[in-house]
Structures are given as structure tokens and as C-alpha cells.
Ligand binder design. Structure first.
Ligand code: PLP
Length: 468
């Protein structure tokens, strides 16, 4: 054994204690850490270490060279994208995932897959998807991909072919309909050989990101009996708008289509009784995408995909080899997802759900929504900023009241980022340059909300000074 590695083995408990100490320092310091650390450094080009420095040396080097360059995205005032944080229990689960280093792809040697199935079942109950089966994937992009792949197989089944066997060319024209799809839907279509161009955008309701049901009905009608894929949204990124899932599901009685719902973070409305109506009808979906590294507040990488047609999913993702067995009965995860070997990704969710339960996670969702609504009200009251959409859930989409030009909104974004107090990401909504503040972190308190508000207003004021 390499002597440095042997030393680390001999000293393992002490080294892990030092690592734990370093982690605790980061976590307790999250509140004071600059929220964003924009980086222009490329990073590539340094020489690979020839002789190592051992874990203790590596930890020191990481702290000296890299730690200060990482963002505070796990902290309470990071409002970019929809990011989420990491609950204490989920971090413990993540550490133990690495410690046990299970390959949750088969059941022949470990109960890891059973633990994953237990967690899938719990999540199904949280989102009202108890008739669905599911599996863990690395993120919502992969979850959408699995849903669309299964939809593609379903289109083939209606024609008496398996697309997984015959190839996508055997299908002929493929129709995918959606109102305001997330970018990952286009990416999924590209990866599946369906093609980005096959996505037919259906107009949304006026001033909304929710699909216009009449226009969707007309588009389905025009397909003249041809089966299609409808991608519905439960929570759009800009304004967290929701398609009327129940109305879309009812259309299935008149038109043949696979209903895939992208509920990456919007599905969490199901946890809060006062918002659950937003995802009414979700249960009727053929496949559903829910991200876990966002609003469940577990570390990257984790999402779940749900489906009603596991048999079709197996047709696509089966990984047959003499040593893997054939997928019969309850198929192993190796036959359900793009990966073969895979970490026991479910353990973070298992830990956080065991530690805090549905009630604890409902509280996170409700507090985040309350914070978003409050920020929306305060920004409006300031007169300096205006909302571009009502705060339906956890995202505030707003812009400058006075001259919301690209330049001014860019300058505002930059000033907010440079404050180190909070971080928001820019967007364009209805052609208007805007900002989004997305609340999805369990740590965010009222005191944080004050700091967020102050940072935005200060940046806004500095903008007007610069103009003078
Ligand atoms: C974040 C998001 C995705 C993509 O999720 P990743 O986990 O980044 O792959 C897809 N759809 C929606 C609505 C999202 O918010």
C-alpha cells in the first residue's frame, strides 16, 4: 500500500474528526459567508499531483485554495434559480451514503434497493402518487428524460412496436405539446432523438405561464387521432404558474396522449393544505418529475421520477446481461434508469424524512412561501420595484418600476450580487428584463428576509445615484 494511504488508514478516525470539524465550521459560518462568489477563473491547467499530501494536507490545501471561492448557496439568503439547502439529517445521510458506498442497482448483495423503495414509497405518499412506482435519478433533467423516454415507448406500443428495439425512426412524426416547458424538456427531446423542434408550444393564458386549455384542446383535435405527449407544468421557473392538471387529465378521455408533469419544485405545493389545490390532478399523470435537491433540501444530486407504466420503462432501460438477471417481478433499479451503477442516492431523503417527517417538510414549504409573499409585498410597497406576476408560491418575479431596461436590470443584479448579502438570478418575463427571488431553503428566517430586502433596496438606490 502506498505509505501515505497507509498512514491515512491508520489515522482514519482522527482524520474524519478533523473533516467533521471543518464541515461544522462551514455550516455554522454560512450566515456570514458572502452569498455568491462569481468566478471567472478557468481552473484548468495545473499539474496533477505526483506524490500526494495525505488527507490532512488535502484538507488544508482545499481550505487555502478553494474554500473561500465557493458560494454560500447552502445558506439562507441564496435565492438564485431554485436551489434549496441541506437539512442536518440529509447531510448525515449523504456522508453515510459515501461511507457505505453501496451500489443500489441490484438486490443480490444488499438491502440498499429496499431502502430506496421504502423512500420512493414515502415520497409517493407525500405527493399523492401512491399508484405510481418510482426511482431516484440525479436531478429533474434526468427525471424528465426518463418520463419522456417512457412516453416515447408508449407511442410505440400504440403502433405495435418497441421504440427501444426499433429505434425512434419507426415512429414517424412525434408530437410533443406544452405551454411553458422548462429548458430540460428540450434537452430531453434532443437526447431521445425526438428533437427539440418537435415541441409544439401551445399558447398560455393571457398574462400567465399556464397553458390555455382551449388552445391545447384545439391542438389535440388537429392531430386527428394521432397519439401525442403532453408535458404539463406544475410550477414554472419564472412565476411558478401551474397548468390546470385536472382539466388536462380530463382531455385524456377524448384524445390519446401521455401526460408527463414537470413538478420539479411545484409539486411541493401538495405538502401544504392551503396550496395543494395547485397540484390537483397530479395523480392522473402518466409520469411525474420531482426534484429533491431543490425543495426537499437534500444535497445534490437527487430527484425522483414516478410512472404508471413501469413495464414500458423497463423496456427502455433494461440492462440485460447474464450476470445481471432479467427484469421480472419487481425489477432492479438497473433496469429502470439511465445509470447502471448508482450510489444509494435515496439515503439523504430517507434521513431527512425520518428526522423531520412530513410535518417538518411542510413547515419548510410553508415558511418559504410566506417569506416570498412578504418580500413581494415589501418590494411593491417600496415603490421602487414592481411585481411582474402575483407571488403564487415561493418565487418573487419583479423588476424596476422606473425604466426596467436590460442595462439597468443587469446593473441591479450585479449590485445585489456584489453586496454579498443575497443572490438573485435574472430573467426575462413577457419581454421585460426582471429578477427572480426563489425561496427554497429551510434556514431562511424573518431576520434574513430583512437583510434580503435591505440589500435589494440599497442596490436599487445606488442605481439611481449612478444615473444622476
Ligand atoms: C430545476 C428544474 C428542472 C431541472 O432540474 P435539475 O435538477 O437542474 O436537472 C426541470 N424542471 C423544472 C421546472 C425545474 O425547476
Amino acid at each position: 500500500m502506498d505509505p501515505i494511504l497507509a498512514d491515512d488508514l491508520a489515522d482514519l478516525p482522527a482524520l474524519l474528526d478533523e473533516t467533521r470539524h471543518a464541515a461544522a465550521q462551514v455550516l455554522t459560518g454560512l450566515n456570514d459567508r458572502p452569498v455568491a462568489r462569481p468566478s471567472t477563473a478557468n481552473g484548468a491547467g495545473s499539474a496533477a499531483p505526483e506524490v500526494g499530501v495525505g488527507l490532512r494536507g488535502a484538507l488544508r490545501e482545499f481550505q487555502q485554495r478553494w474554500e473561500s471561492r465557493l458560494s454560500g448557496s447552502a445558506g439562507p439568503r441564496y435565492l438564485g434559480f431554485v436551489t434549496g439547502g441541506t437539512t442536518p439529517a440529509s447531510i448525515a445521510g449523504d456522508w453515510l451514503t459515501s461511507v457505505f458506498d453501496q451500489n443500489s442497482f441490484t438486490t443480490v448483495d444488499s438491502g440498499a434497493s429496499a431502502l430506496e423503495r421504502e423512500t420512493v414509497g414515502w415520497l409517493g405518499q407525500l405527493f399523492g402518487l401512491t399508484e405510481h412506482t418510482g426511482a431516484f435519478v440525479s436531478g429533474a433533467t434526468m427525471s424528465n428524460f426518463v418520463g419522456l423516454a417512457t412516453a416515447r415507448e408508449w407511442l410505440g406500443e400504440r403502433m405495435g412496436i418497441s421504440v427501444a428495439q426499433a429505434g425512434v425512426g419507426a415512429l414517424g412524426p412525434i408530437h410533443v405539446l406544452s405551454g411553458a416547458p422548462h429548458a430540460s424538456i428540450y434537452k430531453g427531446l434532443a437526447m431521445l432523438g425526438i428533437g427539440r423542434d418537435q415541441l409544439q408550444l401551445i399558447p398560455t393564458q393571457s398574462g400567465r405561464e399556464a397553458i390555455d386549455i382551449e388552445r391545447l384542446t384545439a391542438a389535440l383535435d388537429a392531430l386527428d387521432g394521432h397519439a401525442s405527449i403532453v408535458v404539463a407544468n406544475a410550477g414554472t421557473v419564472n412565476t411558478v404558474d401551474f397548468d390546470d392538471l385536472r382539466a388536462i387529465a380530463e382531455l385524456k378521455q377524448r384524445y390519446p396522449f401521455w401526460l408527463h408533469v414537470d413538478g420539479a419544485f411545484g409539486a411541493y405545493a401538495a405538502l401544504a393544505p392551503e396550496y395543494a389545490h395547485l397540484v390537483d390532478g397530479l395523480t392522473a399523470a402518466d409520469s411525474v418529475c420531482v426534484d429533491l435537491h431543490k425543495w426537499l433540501n437534500v444535497p445534490y444530486d437527487a430527484a425522483i421520477q414516478f410512472t404508471r407504466r413501469r413495464d414500458l420503462q423497463v423496456q427502455v432501460f433494461q440492462n440485460t446481461a447474464a450476470y445481471l438477471g432479467t427484469p421480472t417481478g419487481t425489477p432492479d433499479f438497473v433496469h429502470l434508469v439511465p445509470e447502471s451503477s448508482r450510489r444509494l442516492r435515496a439515503l439523504t431523503a430517507w434521513f431527512t424524512l425520518t428526522a423531520y417527517g412530513r410535518a417538518g417538510h411542510r413547515d419548510i414549504v410553508q415558511r418559504n412561501i410566506a417569506a416570498a409573499r412578504q418580500l413581494g409585498e415589501r418590494l411593491t410597497t417600496s415603490g421602487l420595484l414592481q411585481l411582474l406576476a402575483p407571488v403564487r408560491l415561493n418565487v418573487v418575479c419583479f423588476t424596476l418600476t422606473d425604466r426596467p431596461t436590460t442595462e439597468r436590470v443587469q446593473a441591479l443584479t450585479q449590485a445585489i450580487t456584489e453586496s454579498g448579502e443575497t443572490f438573485l438570478t435574472p430573467t426575462i418575463y413577457n419581454g421585460i428584463p426582471a429578477l427572480r427571488a426563489a425561496f427554497s431553503n429551510w434556514r431562511t428566517t424573518d431576520a434574513d428576509l430583512d437583510r434580503i430586502y435591505d440589500a435589494i433596496i440599497t442596490a436599487c438606490t445606488s442605481l439611481d445615484k449612478a444615473d444622476d
